[in-house]
Ligand binder design. Structure first.
Ligand code: F0G
Length: 459
């Protein structure tokens, strides 16, 4: 329901609470040193406000906990599976739904079937696990984002859009090397920015003219549909579920992390229309995840996701979700902290290149800012810059397009006073930004280095 008052209230009240552990900046300095200055290595109990990710970290609803009690753990043909499949197909009416334990398992299965040496997979922007799974198969991951999407401060309503002219050029030259085109909704690595319905239609038309299937990386599909509802001419009177169904109808399949918009703590799926491809994917599924009616999931997980999908498209929830993220972003913007604009759906992205312009990209300004936010206020964020994307497949290192620090907001978990505290901490760190120093990477794994790399501060 639209209210005539401007205060955005959480459209829920609290049902059970978890304590937060208070720490001092000295405690946190010790903890981050022990963690090799990598926030992924911290004990979560040493974190006050955990904005590392919005993945699997949201609060479940009363109705999800109730659904969990209906979980049926039959190995094959569980009623929980049929409820899950029906809930998925209600929004995404693809012929085959293949459950997996999380999004990257769906990616791994799909790219192990469709990828391989010499293949090219275009996307608006690959997320880190998507890129890694494409590259692990031997294929090349290509990002074809519109130019505005790569500029942190440029305002555009749909900065997640794909550059259709570039896609056309690629398909005209190398159609036989492209097994699938992907669109990530919303574009996580590029600031949580949405893709317009017009762009999805244009990408779909281009793909199908060349006979190439279009797949959606749809983790944040409901947030993307809300932006379409709010920003795209002619879409404001439609139901969110109706917009989602149209998006699905333009694609041939999807990968999904149910840890995002569907409010799962775990879960995902691969869905598609092609019978032969589904058969090949199910064969890999049985080898790696499990029988096709549970994938890597317990019956109770399937129930939680089925219920979560119904809640994810509710307009009261989405209005709160998107406006509360903007509340944080707008406050930082008003305080002069450079952020990616407009504010995205699940997170606020601070532009560390602009804020820490004295630190070169390969001394990791984003990492420096993320460590400072933790030591100063116990806030855990995530670098999305040259630590995450700087390593090239040939082993060299080059600066990423942007140096961002993501404050990802778990769904329905923190209140406005938590956010007010975060605003205060970020402002304090920003005021002291010129005193922050760069970092050197002292340990680096072979792939997805940001998860386990270790750092040392430079003098
Ligand atoms: N695609 C996108 C766009 C994602 O954001 C993620 C996960 C995945 C795929 C993989 O899904 O984690 O279930 O295997 N993103 C999380 C994040 C981890 O923090 O943004 P998963």
């Amino acid at each position: 329901m639209e209210s005539s008052f401007s205060t955005i209230i959480e459209p829920f009240r609290i049902h059970s609470v978890e304590p937060l552990r208070m720490t001092t900046s000295d405690d946190r300095r010790r903890a981050i040193e022990d963690a090799g200055f990598n926030l992924f290595n911290l004990h979560a109990t040493d974190v006050l406000i955990d904005f590392l990710t919005d993945s699997g970290t949201g609060a479940m609803s009363r109705d999800q906990w109730a659904a969990i009690q209906q979980g049926d753990e039959s190995y094959a043909g569980s009623p929980s599976w049929f409820r899950f499949e029906a809930a998925v197909k209600d929004l995404f009416p693809f012929k085959h739904v293949i459950p997996t334990h999380q999004g990257r398992a769906a990616e791994k299965i799909l790219f192990s079937v469709l990828g391989g040496d010499g293949r090219i997979v275009p996307n608006n922007t690959h997320f880190d696990t998507t890129r890694a799974n494409v590259e692990a198969s031997g294929a090349r991951a290509v990002d074809l984002l519109i130019a505005e999407g790569r500029e942190a401060s440029t305002v555009h309503p749909f900065k997640g859009n794909m550059d259709v002219a570039e896609l056309e050029k690629l398909l005209a030259a190398q159609r036989d090397d492209v097994p699938v085109v992907f669109l990530t909704i919303t574009n996580n690595s590029g600031g949580g920015q949405p893709v317009s319905l017009a762009n999805i239609r244009a990408v779909s038309e281009t793909c199908h003219r060349y006979g190439v299937p279009l797949f959606l990386d749809s983790c944040r599909f409901a947030e993307n549909a809300w932006f379409i509802h709010e920003r795209e001419p002619g879409q404001g009177d439609r139901e969110i579920a109706d917009i989602v169904r149209e998006i699905a109808s333009l694609a041939d399949g999807m990968t999904m992390s149910a840890k995002k918009d569907p409010f799962g703590n775990i879960g995902g799926w691969l869905a598609l229309n092609d019978d032969d491809l589904a058969e090949r994917c199910r064969t890999v599924l049985i080898l790696t995840e499990g029988f096709p009616t549970y994938g890597g999931l317990a019956g109770r997980d399937l129930e939680a996701i089925a219920q979560g999908l119904r809640e994810a498209v509710h307009p009261d929830y989405l209005r709160y979700r998107i406006r509360s993220t903007a509340y944080l972003g707008d406050a930082l913007d008003a305080a002069g902290v450079p952020v990616v604009k407009p504010i995205g759906g699940h997170a606020v992205y601070i532009d560390a290149r602009a804020l820490l312009s004295h630190i070169p990209a390969l001394q990791y300004p984003g990492q420096s800012l993320a460590v400072a936010l933790y030591i100063t206020g116990g806030i855990r964020s995530c670098e999305i810059g040259s630590v995450m994307f700087g390593r090239q497949p040939d082993g060299t290192e080059k600066p990423a397009d942007m140096e961002l620090v993501r404050l990802a907001i778990p769904r329905r978990t923190y209140t406005q006073s938590h956010i007010d505290y975060v605003i205060e901490v970020v402002k304090a760190v920003a005021q002291d930004a010129s005193n922050l120093r760069g970092y050197r990477m002292v340990r680096e794994p072979l792939a997805l280095r940001h998860f386990t790399a270790e750092f040392e501060p430079l003098d």
